[in-house]
Design a protein around this ligand. Structure first.
Ligand SMILES: Nc1ncnc2c1ncn2[C@@H]1O[C@H](COP(=O)(O)OP(=O)(O)O)[C@@H](O)[C@H]1O
Ligand SMILES: [Mg+2]
Length: 255
């Protein structure tokens, strides 16, 4: 009996953290996500840009499991998770942030992180309390640990959203506009945090509206329009594509 030879598919799945195949979701007559396929390799940062309504956040809903596709499949570490619940996906290692942060408003910062760690199950480690302390410290939220989430500023809410995601112990983070709505210095801070998370080995798919913030940090850029990929590749190439410059940055190249 010999060792089974690896097939091409096995090898692809070993390097791919996540892949989507022909994902489709309609809201009535709108095809929010339309035969959308992409993949992200382990350790990679993939940036997703595209106009409002392109289907970016809905695609994340399908990846994180909060919505089920009409058609298509999602593979995580080679496993078909299309029919798994959001809770199970979280336990498998998929963390997700929302465009508009969704903390438990009547819980403290610390309690929010603790609930996230519990949701992550064994992934988040046995020492959740120490880990959360360190995590909040890294995010500059330690002094706010006993403050109710409803009392936080927008930047603090954005930071808490990412911290909660990390507290689940993800191997893949789906970040939905983590920088949107925050000012320059805080943008830099959040970008540094994301880069640091990636340096620790976490794979990242990062949706952002402020494209310039992201282009330096991502390995690859995917432009989404009308529910599917319009163009993808190295950021500098994608950003210099005429369609992208004209249609998605405006005729003067503004954002
Ligand atoms: N819950 C919903 N019900 C109906 N239509 C929706 C819903 N969520 C999103 N849409 C529509 O789906 C499309 C994609 O939206 P969305 O995924 O939020 O885009 P993006 O994140 O790229 O701005 C848009 O046309 C939007 O109006
Ligand atoms: Mg969105």
């Amino acid at each position: 009996m010999g060792v089974r030879k690896r097939t091409q598919t096995d090898q692809t799945h070993m390097t791919e953290r996540l892949s989507a195949h022909g994902l489709t979701l309609r809201f009535g007559r709108i095809r929010a996500v339309d035969d959308f396929s992409f993949s992200v390799k382990r350790g990679e940062i993939l940036g997703i840009i595209g106009p409002n309504g392109a289907g970016k956040s809905t695609a994340f809903d399908l990846l994180s499991g909060s919505r089920k596709p009409d058609k298509g499949r999602v593979l995580f570490d080679g496993m078909d998770i299309t029919h798994e619940s959001p809770q199970r996906r979280c336990r498998l290692g998929i963390g997700r942030t929302h465009q508009v942060p969704r903390p438990f408003e009547n819980m403290t910062v610390y309690e929010n992180a603790l609930v996230a760690a519990v949701n992550g199950g064994e992934r988040s480690g046995r020492n959740a309390r120490n880990d959360i302390h360190d995590l909040l410290d890294r995010f500059g939220l330690l002094s706010k640990k006993d403050v109710f989430a409803r009392e936080l500023s927008l930047v603090e809410r954005k930071l808490l959203e990412i911290a909660r995601c990390l507290a689940t112990g993800p191997t893949l983070m789906l970040l939905d506009e983590p920088v949107a709505g925050v000012g320059g210095e805080d943008q830099d801070r959040i970008v540094r945090i994301v880069a640091d998370v990636r340096d620790k080995g976490v794979t990242i798919v990062w949706i952002e509206h402020i494209i310039t913030v992201m282009t330096e940090a991502v390995d690859r850029l995917l432009v989404m329009a009308q529910g599917r990929e319009l163009i993808g590749g190295p950021p500098e190439r994608v950003m210099n594509t005429r369609e992208v410059l004209e249609a998605y940055l405006g005729p003067e190249g503004e954002q």
